[in-house]
Design a protein around this ligand. Structure first.
Ligand code: 4AD
Ligand code: MG
Length: 431
């Protein structure tokens, strides 16, 4: 018998095939049983008709339990009533392993229960769709940067220095020395850009933040491009093109997943470069006009502020030129507005918050050395970084896109915990 996967069904209409699968759900009457199959590549209904399969096989089908694994054989038929478009008319069932008392039943469960069973929850339709969208963003990311002349370089995860501030570090021992899990690969990517021109990284990053919001994970994946001879304006163009590319790729290649999630795709279809821009200073003014009197120039934005700004636009919006005091040590001063730096955060629409942080980097040796001192950092730990300003220094810029927040936005899921296969959250290291 020909063994196929569910996503190949369209090529086998009218043929008898076998599919290795699991039972997602089942409905039956005295004469007919409907088995909802899943095999990792998709979901499909299998129909077992008592009159055609006989008493014995029908009994097996009727008694089959949720998440039982099986080889199921039958003829593929077109089925216009389902989104998938195909179903199987069953001729044979070989149970591989019977699943007893599967904990996640079709009834509603609380989030804590589901998170405790994350290893099983991943099998559900909704979680499957979110992971497929995550995978498409990753695929499109590699495609975009490879097609645009970038080289992928992998920065280390065990590091001796802290790019994004010293308070959010996971410390560990490196034999006798102190080490930290990487918060960002940026500083190493700057070194790589001086060797390869345009580079990008994609890897896990760690923040020991005691934040318990729908946007924060302790471990998340970040895409960090870095470009030599790029001023900040050039970097903004890469950012809007990259984000447009991943949004359009997801719309094109994840239609069934978006439909299953009930995602309103009209809003996503509009996401095409260029994106609107507003300066930090104008954003403060805008917020005050909107009645926010809890924020002053020099404060960082909270989620409600970002959402209010984002709601004013249909597209992701760049907030430019934040005050020097609320940004990391490496950002290039902005000559057009005293006390600000050449940076931008990209805020996603619909309340999903900041998905990109980026900036032009200081490339003057004396200035970077004085910033390292002002921030109370150990110059010895950064000597590799200051070396880049000693030997043929050039203007350069880069940014970091948070994968999980981007998945949340495109999938339309409320909380980033559903966008990571095994999320690390405050108070959650299991499973
Ligand atoms: O703004 P961040 O901290 O910027 C950097 O780390 C820079 N070094 C990047 C660079 O220029 N190469 O983080 C970048 C992005 C944020 O915009 C957000 O999308 C995501 O990373 N992010 C988080 N995602 C989930 N949970 C957290 N705790 C996150 N912290 C940041
Ligand atoms: Mg940021």
């Amino acid at each position: 018998m020909t063994k196929i996967t569910i996503n190949q069904a369209s090529k086998y209409v009218g043929k008898e095939v076998t599919i290795g699968s699991w039972i997602l759900n089942k409905r039956s009457s005295g004469k007919i049983a409907f088995l909802q199959l899943r095999d990792g590549t998709g979901f499909m209904q299998a129909v077992v008709v008592k009159e055609s399969v006989g008493e014995e096989l029908f009994k097996v089908a009727k008694g089959i339990t949720q998440e039982t694994s099986l080889y199921i054989t039958g003829v593929i038929k077109e089925d216009e009533r389902s989104d998938f478009g195909y179903e199987m008319e069953v001729t044979g069932i070989e149970v591989i392993h019977e699943s007893v008392d599967y904990p996640i039943t079709p009834k509603a469960h609380g989030t804590d229960f589901l998170m405790d069973h994350r290893h099983l929850w991943l099998r559900s339709k909704r979680q499957h769709a979110v992971m497929k969208i995550r995978n498409e963003i990753i695929r499109a990311t590699y495609e975009f940067f490879n097609d645009n002349g970038f080289t992928k370089i992998d920065p280390p995860i065990l590091t001796g220095s802290a790019p994004e501030g010293t308070s959010e570090l996971f410390a560990t021992k490196y034999f006798e020395e102190d080490a930290f899990l990487s918060q960002s690969g940026q500083l190493y990517m700057e070194a790589a850009a001086m060797a390869h021109g345009k580079v990008f990284s994609f890897g896990p990053t760690f923040r020991a933040e005691k934040s318990k919001t729908r946007r924060h994970l302790i471990e998340f994946w970040m895409i960090e491009p870095e470009m030599a001879f790029y001023e900040h304006e050039d970097s903004l163009e890469v950012q809007e093109q990259y984000v447009s590319y991943i949004v359009q790729s997801v719309l094109k290649n994840c239609q069934l997943d978006l439909k299953l999630l009930g995602r309103d795709t009209e809003k996503l279809e509009k996401v095409k470069a260029p994106f609107p821009r507003i300066t930090y200073t104008d954003a403060i003014q805008f917020l005050k006009e909107q009645g926010f009197d809890d924020i002053e120039w020099g404060d960082d934005f909270g989620a409600p502020h970002e959402t209010a700004i984002a709601n004013h636009y249909d597209l992701p919006v760049f907030i430019l030129n934040y005050p020097t005091g609320i940004k990391p040590f490496y950002m290039q001063p902005n000559p057009d507005e005293e006390g600000t730096v050449k940076c931008a955060d990209l805020i996603a629409p619909e309340g999903y918050g900041e998905i990109i942080g980026g900036s032009e980097r200081i490339w003057d040796l004396e200035l970077i050395q004085s910033r390292i001192k002002e921030h109370g950092l150990d110059p010895a730990a950064y000597s590799y970084y200051t070396d880049l300003r000693k030997y043929g220094s050039v203007p350069h810029s880069g940014f970091g896109l948070g994968l999980e927040r981007t998945v949340a936005w495109l999938s339309g899921v409320e909380h980033v915990r559903e966008t990571s296969p095994f999320p690390r959250l405050l108070n959650r290291l299991y499973p």
